[in-house]
Design a protein around this ligand. Sequence first.
Ligand code: CDT
Length: 341
Amino acid sequence: PRIITVAAAQLGPVKSLDTPRLETLGRMITLLDEAAKAGVRLVVYPELAFTTFFPSHIIEDPDKLAAYFEPTSQAEPYAVINSPNVKPLIDRANELGVDISFGFGERFTSEDGRVNDFNSAIYYSATQKRGIAKYRKVHLPGRVDIDTRPNVIQQLEKRYFTPGDLGFQAFRVPDLVDGALKAADAASEQDLEGKGDPIVGMLICNDRRWAEGWRCYGLQGIEILLEGYNTTAYAPQYDGDEEEQEAEALFHHRLSCQSGSYTNACYSINVAKAGWEDHGKMIAGSSIIDPNGHIIAESKSYEDELVIATIDLAKCRKGKERVFAFGKHRRVEHYSLLSEQ
Ligand code: CDT
């Protein structure tokens, strides 16, 4: 059977713009070690995992901003794995034979020399010893201009990043599921190749609130959706007191992830960077959600914490073959508005 033990590696705060990169990396490696001991085969880290949530800071000096990005290029799209800021994590994943996925600031140089910054995530296969998929955040929240109101928490993703240009490309992950039975268990109608290697996709934070991305993955037969986030718990510019705001933020986070998992009949692994960073507090609520939309494991702290579940991909079948059998029930003739402005 296609049964895998997976983990959301929630990170507590990465306190400030100056927090040493190797300190955070060490915390990530500790979580990876613990996960391997628990028999986990895939560990998912948050959005912009290696640094504080720098889009909430005003960084005007380009040289200072560069410190929060890792270089990649057309020739070396996964160069991030060789960065001294990242490589020790990759080396440990290789030693342990555990796949990892993480978010990072990507500074990409095209063949013609143009440079674009993206809010990205990759999937690294420890058996293949290479990055096998990349995603660039499509829905960038916030603003380009600095918010000049007093005491606001800045959200400058539109200033620091270009919207993702890779779309929502699902991919197969080799070697994650053991056993000859995997072909017989191929879970989705789209799985005509019968390989049985899990069909996986990635979203980043704000993307999880948009049904369109989930559905693009759903249409590709996705079985596991990986999503990391940094979500402000409360801010002076929002309505309600601090407790109310945080409860609402957590409610909308759960609502989005549970709904996306249910309506696309897939598991989702949702991973926070949580707690108090210098710019403010972020929600926790890291979770693993099943294809019926139920939360099967959830974090209990705002600190570094592993959220582990053993998932059975056959459970994606019910939704994919019944209520959300897209080929049978969708009415695309009425959906043209979705691709118009
Ligand atoms: N990092 C990120 O995308 N944060 C946004 C904040 C938007 S304000 C609700 C999020 O959707 O969580």
